[in-house]
Design a protein around this ligand. Sequence first.
Ligand code: PXP
Length: 237
Amino acid sequence: MKLGVNVDHVATLREARKTVEYPSPLTASLIAQYSGADSIVIHLREDRRHIKEKDAFLIKETIDIELNLEMSLNREIVDIACELKPNKATLVPERRQEITTEGGLDLFKEERRIKSALKKLRASGIEVSVFIDPNLSQIRKAKELNLTHIELHTGRYAEAKTKKRRGVEFKRIYQSAKFAHKEGLFVSAGHGLNYENVRRIARINYIQELNIGHSIISKAIFIGLPLAIEEMRRLID
Ligand code: PXP
């Protein structure tokens, strides 16, 4: 199974202080590349709260693995994507006030805007995926739109408060992945996956790729903290 590493939250940390040089999402992308990631995932949000255009172009120019750009249907962002030419563009819904992408894209409601974005992105040679809730009617609609790739939203599974709820959400993901795979779609999944909940999802053979960000960057802080403190201690001493 492929692993896409989302480096947005390295940029979140940079933006918290508006430091220019560090921490660099480009450096994080290179470390991810050398550590076994199959692709780098970035979300260029309309409000540019973490990743900026400059990061996106630097990463695209430098890495040797695939770049997956998460993006809204906003016209300006679509134009930037056409110029950037990531290997894959994943269409996601976006609301300014949200902390993170809260639900899947509704392919029925957004059909007109999706078709217009698809036309432009495809003309630029970009493979397009859509981030959708694990729901069979959304998958059928993806097929109708001639999409070849989908990403199933695992957020509800990840956030389930009870074992029973988690079981129900898991089943939705499993059945959706099975159906989408049977329909010939490349199936990715992601959102909220962490070191506790990933294994069950990774066992679903119908899923070909997982995209994970927040939990990896969070883990990296604690794995790296002892060395970071020792180095500062040495400099002071
Ligand atoms: N996939 C998509 C489409 C997303 O929007 C996100 C969040 O940016 C992720 C995967 C990664 O989610 P997380 O940071 O919770 O691992």
